[in-house]
Design a protein around this ligand. Structure first.
Ligand SMILES: Cc1cc2nc3c(=O)[nH]c(=O)nc-3n(C[C@H](O)[C@H](O)[C@H](O)COP(=O)(O)O)c2cc1C
Ligand code: SF4
Length: 469
């Protein structure tokens, strides 16, 4: 009895240490977050087709702000129609979008959370570009189509590059005018900025391709364009791959950027103190990628919801045939899991530690966040304590438990049966359905029907309160 009460006291003590660290403020150069937990970018098709934001997105973001995160990093906000990945995402392509984002920022601030906008461009990774893009090839650093879905691409001209740089700069200006706390460049997981940075994708022979200095030029142009518009006291961070793992699907593809190359890129993006204020570390040169979001591949859901993409790329029919056949589907899923590796929670922590070390040596005021699987206090505090990062971003575990920060105040993680299982059903449903947790095993009820009803009720809660009460 004495032994077990001592063990309980030790565990409580350890937890208190973890909680004290996680819930200590994080000071960036120009901002302070109340704790070390950030809602990671989570896109959902909640908005109007023309890119105007909806009440559902306000409800969506309110859930996380209320749940207690220190900051929210927005879903993918396209800087232009051409840069969409899916339709019905709130965009930042025009000044007429500023009032919507102001409302979103105010909603986060009401609950003490920061709000940063993720400025984004699909490049060739354009899953469903919408009717406006239907007769156009996607813009990219290359003419080669993406190797996963086979989406056709067109190498950007110098004029295209100047246009897109300006779109990012204006997006940042609009975010600032909307009263948001900062912007993040989506430079990870295969979107346009990765397509320029990656040695596995960028095959240009001009000043924007070839050497690492040339591949970084596009992102540096964007950073300098943004600084021209918003100055140096507005928070600017970059989501970036520490390692590309570009050969995950086809071993004959080039590997893409190594850790060493990415460390050099990160140092260049500091731009002598005038560049980025923080990095958000990810890995994997496509989206999805076995490493992002790290977890399972739900084949039943994939067959049900991938069909909407059949007309999009030259490889989608082949993929669909593989997903539909039970034998090839099982093999593909096993391959996916093997390419991910064993670790899910903290999958990028070791990479982040290297970035932190490299960056700190040059500029200790630049902070590092890391994404990938975090939902337990010991893993989060452990990563911060080990110097791998200053804070973590959390995606799916916050979809599963919007109040995860409150849970982490008093216990190590969600109760058994309530944890995010990393099944990735939220990801696959996102192609056609409202974003939410689709893992039925997590929901209460004795029967299939009862669990399904509970799950649908939670998914649909994003539409409440309604637009017209
Ligand atoms: C449904 C869904 C949508 C996502 N949308 C985005 C996005 O818009 N931008 C982005 O950078 N990452 C996006 N991600 C990746 C997450 O931000 C995060 O990096 C990844 O899920 C790993 O973190 P987690 O294990 O905490 O979920 C998305 C992930 C999911 C599951
Ligand atoms: S569907 Fe739910 S349990 Fe599965 S990964 Fe998404 S949030 Fe986690």
């Amino acid at each position: 009895m004495g032994g077990s009460s001592t063990a309980a006291a030790t565990i409580e003590h350890l937890h208190n240490d973890n909680a004290a660290l996680i819930f200590s403020p994080l000071r960036f150069r120009n901002l302070e977050a109340k704790n070390r937990l950030f809602r990671s970018n989570l896109s959902g098709m909640f908005d109007d087709y023309n890119g105007h934001g909806s009440n559902a997105r306000v409800n969506w973001e309110r859930k996380f702000a209320k749940g207690g995160v220190g900051g929210i990093i927005s879903s993918y906000a396209p800087v232009s129609v051409r840069g969409r990945i899916l339709t019905r995402y709130a965009m930042i392509d025009n000044d007429d979008k500023i009032p919507f984002w102001r409302r979103i920022g105010e909603t986060a601030h009401e609950h003490g959370a920061l709000f940063m906008m993720q400025l984004s461009h699909s490049g060739r990774q354009q899953d469903l570009g919408g009717v406006e893009n239907v007769y156009k090839k996607a813009l990219s650093s290359t003419d080669r189509s993406d190797y996963f879905h086979g989406i056709l691409a067109q190498k950007m001209s110098l004029e295209d590059i100047r246009t897109v740089v300006e779109q990012f700069a204006q997006g940042a200006r609009r975010a600032r005018e909307a009263g948001l706390d900062g912007v993040e460049l989506h430079g990870a997981n295969g979107y346009l900025l990765t397509q320029f940075l990656s040695s596995g994708i960028n095959d240009r022979e001009d000043e924007y391709g070839g050497s690492l200095e040339n591949r970084v030029r596009f992102v540096l142009d964007i950073i300098r364009g943004i600084r021209r518009e918003v100055g140096y006291d507005f928070h600017l961070q970059m989501k970036i791959n520490a390692v590309d793992h570009n050969d995950w699907l086809y071993p004959w593809q080039k590997k893409g950027n190594s850790l060493e190359e990415s460390l050099r890129i990160c140092r260049m993006l500091l731009d002598d103190g005038k560049g980025v204020d923080a990095f958000h570390i990810s890995s994997g040169s496509t989206f999805p990628h076995p490493r992002n979001p790290p977890g399972d591949l739900p084949m039943r859901e994939l067959v049900r919801w991938y069909d909407g993409m059949l007309s999009q790329g030259t490889r989608t029919r082949l993929n669909y045939a593989i997903f539909r056949n039970p034998v090839t589907a099982a093999l593909f899923r096993r391959y996916w899991i093997w390419r991910r590796g064993k670790i899910i929670e903290g999958i990028n922590a070791e990479y982040a530690a290297e970035v932190t070390k490299a960056i700190r040596a040059v500029d200790p005021s630049v902070k590092v966040l890391v994404t990938g699987g975090f939902q337990h206090a010991d893993a989060i505090a452990g990563a911060i304590r080990a110097g791998a990062c200053d804070g973590v971003s959390i995606g799916r575990p916050l979809i599963a438990n919007n109040d995860l920060p409150q849970i982490l105040q008093t216990q190590n993680g969600p109760d058994p049966g309530r944890e995010c299982t990393y099944c990735n059903k939220c990801l696959i449903n996102d192609l056609e359905n409202p974003l939410g947790c689709y893992e039925m095993s997590r929901f209460p009820g004795e029967t299939f029907e009862a669990k399904h009803a509970a799950m649908i009720e939670e998914v649909m809660s994003v539409f409440s309160p309604p637009t017209f009460p």
